[in-house]
Ligand binder design. Structure first.
Ligand code: GLC
Length: 432
């Protein structure tokens, strides 16, 4: 039974955090053709094993990753503990297909310690799919590397063995790595969803060991579909947030009862989750800042992905972008953290976020003359500040705006350019 009061308590920090780091990392960084390379190129397990044998991330220093996330203004981070290829970045007692076997390091343990030390909340991504486990469906599956290999057509598997493995590993993660803030499952498809994973029993076990952890909605769906969390009849495994992928919901996401849903858009910085050496299609910092503001203005979070290489180093482009985003966040984070959608129509020059008696006008397009602050009246306003340096902005009453006596206008100075080329934020504090 879905307990809305308990849900409200455990989800509160997530809704306020707004901005996180996704980290897709594993032995697929060696081929460097993405985390789906085994499926797309139909690589047999034996052939893929050479990457396991070779993986030795000598430059892995998760403290550096954690400091980058902190500098970017990210409040939480989610690392792939196991992706679809089945390689475990943690010291599972249920398999030798793990980092402690190939490189002698518990990569998850080191990640958790480093990010917690920086005061960043931690999550683990765990793939429901497993293209290494002998009892995971192969021939005829939608995604398995051997889905079309006739050698596997008559193979007999015992899926209950795989379920014991899946549940056992999740229990390991929930009992041997301290307090987890997020469990990010990926993903359900076709008949492989919900109780096929024995999801009710899985969530019950999770909640026993990690009562405050929040879970995404992919025990029910993939990045497509919202799941029963937005319905009036949420399942036991609906999760705690909707996880749109590589898209920002055009109108946000709402539940059947009309209330705003909790959601987190996950996007890549280039076009790849895992490390792809040739994918230099990185989004500029300007775009990441604007997408973060867009998510918050629609009541959601943004989870931005980095894909470290086989040495354990985050690509230089990603680092540069996140540092520039951090520069903006350093002066404007109050318009992000704890903020959400405002009942004011989106202005043509940007977006609006808000919390309590504060409204943040995100001016992304320079205006001719004076900036109209929609949705507020002069008599409601306690003070107006340029958020980046807290300079006072006064309500303008010059003849130029006198045709609009019911509107509030401020000036950002003589320059035709915005003080902040990415997003100049005006904070309006209302009388309580
Ligand atoms: C997609 C990708 C998967 C990635 C996930 C992140 O499902 O296929 O590799 O982990 O998106 O949301």
């Amino acid at each position: 039974m879905f307990d809305r009061e308990l849900y409200g308590k455990r989800i509160d920090w997530f809704r306020k955090a707004r901005f996180g780091m996704f980290i897709h990392w594993g032995i697929y960084a060696i081929p460097g053709r993405g985390e789906w390379v085994k499926s797309i190129e139909r690589i047999p397990d034996e052939a893929y094993g050479k990457y396991f044998d070779e993986f030795n991330p000598v430059a892995y220093e998760p403290v550096k990753w954690a400091k980058l996330a902190k500098r970017a203004g990210m409040k939480y981070a989610v690392l792939t503990a196991k992706h679809h290829d089945g390689f475990c970045l943690f010291d599972s007692k249920l398999t030798e297909y793990k980092s402690t076997t190939c490189c002698g390091r518990d990569l998850v343990k080191e990640f958790l310690e480093a990010f917690r030390h920086e005061g960043i909340r931690v999550g683990l991504y765990y793939s429901l799919l497993d293209w290494h486990h002998p009892d995971y469906p192969k021939y005829g599956d939608l995604h398995h590397p051997m889905r079309e290999n006739p050698a596997y057509e008559k193979e007999k598997i015992d899926f209950s063995n795989y379920l014991a493995y899946l549940h056992g590993q999740v229990e390991e993660l929930c009992t041997r790595y301290g307090k987890l803030d997020i469990l990010w499952f990926d993903f359900s498809y076709g008949e492989m969803c919900g109780e096929k994973w024995e999801a009710s029993r899985l969530v019950k076990m999770i909640r026993k060991y990690q009562p405050d952890v929040i879970i995404d909605n992919r025990l029910e769906v993939s990045g497509s579909g919202f799941g029963s969390i937005v319905t009036n009849d949420p399942s036991d495994f609906c999760g705690d947030f909707v996880s749109p992928e590589q898209i920002i919901p055009p109108k946000g996401i709402y539940c059947e009862d009309g209330s705003p849903a909790v959601w987190e858009a996950c996007i890549t910085l280039n076009n790849s989750w895992g490390y792809v050496q040739r994918d230099r299609n990185f989004k500029p910092a300007d775009m990441v800042i604007k997408k973060l503001v867009e998510c918050v203005s629609k009541g959601g979070n943004l989870l931005v992905n980095v894909g470290p290489d086989a040495r354990g180093i985050i690509p230089e482009e990603s680092e540069k972008i996140l540092k520039e985003v951090g520069g903006w966040m350093e002066r404007n984070a109050e318009s992000i953290y704890g903020c959400g959608l405002c009942d004011i129509e989106k202005p043509d020059y940007g977006r609006i976020t808000g919390k309590g008696n504060k409204i943040y006008y995100h001016v992304m397009e320079a205006q001719v003359g004076y900036i109209p602050l929609y949705g507020v009246k002069k008599e409601q306003i306690k003070k107006i500040r340029l958020l980046s340096d807290l300079t006072e902005l006064q309500i303008e009453d010059i003849w130029i705006v006198r045709n609009y006596p019911d509107m509030v206008f401020v000036s950002l100075g003589e320059s035709p350019l915005l003080p902040d080329c990415h997003d100049t934020v005006i904070e309006v504090e209302l009388m309580r």
